[in-house]
Design a protein around this ligand. Structure first.
Ligand SMILES: CC(C)(COP(=O)(O)OP(=O)(O)OC[C@H]1O[C@@H](n2cnc3c(N)ncnc32)[C@H](O)[C@@H]1OP(=O)(O)O)[C@@H](O)C(=O)NCCC(=O)NCCS
Length: 318
């Protein structure tokens, strides 16, 4: 049986079953992994994602009343991404290859508000999801590398070239810098992300202020300025449940300032700001050699690669 589930009003039992499905997937290739607490998933499902997409909408598959699989769709209020839904389909390992994933995927358009393109950003290379996506006509649009840094020694802070200035904060951007910050964030659109339909230049002062107001945990920013104009930015967010873990989000050096080691410099500076954080995760396009190299030089290690796949919504019912 496939039906919609409103996460906000879902029973504790249903929420826990969703968590079990998601956690079974997360630990599939890492049986020794410490399970993430249920609170981490709930926080994720109740908040916007880091690209400003709204909390997920769900359809679920039940067997004897219990949820054994789900499809989630995340939609963006930003005009730049109004055409796109981010979709994830997950089925408990014991229930696979019985058509449940297909039934969930076919029900996904019922969650959308007319978005014409769907992308899934969590398809593991060589895993069932890759075969499933291919069987349903999705095409691969980009490949990403997940990296992790276990902080032991802090890197040396390089010397800032003449004319540059660094500003750092935790929480809301100072009023006089918020426009420069938005411009910096939107410059990530230059980074290679294959043929995704995702527009990363969706930030506005209003959307940044809204995200800041809704943030559940620390958000550190290092902003690089040159002659009062933005030259680069990097952002890290603390996990709202496991406080010693953080996610390195966007890092950008604007085109006119590249090739001077400033990317490494702002990231190194960031590591000095992260009070009480022991492990940092990040993801970068597998084609983005520069960023991967910067991250390796700071001690990040590659964990795995995954793909983003794309289909037209109109093709999902087929
Ligand atoms: C991907 C996933 C949702 C598929 O669920 P499922 O219920 O097994 O899917 P279906 O039974 O509807 O499979 C449909 C078709 O996909 C293909 N497929 C699915 N799993 C496959 C596998 N392990 N190997 C090869 N082909 C596979 C087959 O063509 C299959 O049709 P068939 O069984 O008639 O051969 C499930 O494996 C899963 O939860 N994986 C982890 C989450 C994930 O990676 N999601 C992808 C991101 S959206």
């Amino acid at each position: 049986m496939i039906e919609k589930l409103d996460f906000g009003s879902a029973s504790a039992e249903d929420r826990y079953a969703l968590y079990e499905v998601a956690e079974a997937w997360a630990s599939e290739d890492a049986p020794d992994r410490d399970p993430a607490p249920v609170e981490s998933y709930i926080a994720m499902w109740e908040s916007r994602n880091d690209l400003g997409f709204e909390p997920a909408r769900f359809v679920v598959a039940r067997e004897n009343g219990k949820i054994v699989g789900y499809a989630q769709a995340e939609l963006s209020e930003a005009e730049a991404n109004a055409h796109l839904a981010l979709v994830t389909v997950v089925v408990r390992p014991q229930h696979r290859r019985r058509g449940i994933g297909t039934a969930l995927l076919r029900a996904t358009p019922s969650l959308l508000d007319g978005q014409t393109v769907v992308e899934s950003w969590s398809v593991g290379a060589g895993e069932p999801g890759e075969h499933f996506a291919a069987a349903h006509g999705f095409r691969v649009v980009t490949s990403m590398t997940r990296q992790r840094l276990v902080l032991t020694d802090l890197p040396e802070l390089g010397e800032l070239p003449d004319g540059y200035e660094l500003v750092t904060w935790n929480g809301a951007a100072p009023e006089e810098l918020v426009e420069a910050y938005v411009e910096g964030l939107n410059s990530i659109a230059d980074a290679p992300f294959g043929e995704t339909a995702l527009d990363q230049a969706y930030n506005t002062v209003e959307s940044v202020r809204e995200e800041e107001a809704q943030a559940l945990s620390d958000r550190w920013v290092v902003l690089l300025l040159h002659g009062g104009e933005v030259a680069g930015v990097t952002v890290v967010e603390r996990d709202s449940v496991k406080h010693d873990i953080a996610e390195q989000q966007q890092t950008v050096v604007l085109p006119a300032h590249r090739g001077k080691g400033l990317g490494r410099l702002i990231k190194a500076r960031m590591l000095h700001e992260l009070d009480g954080v022991g492990t940092i995760y990040t993801r970068t396009s597998s084609q983005n050699e520069h960023m991967l190299r910067v991250n390796h030089s700071l001690g990040f290690e590659d964990r795995y690669t995954y793909m983003a796949v794309q289909a037209k919504t109109a093709d999902l019912r087929a």
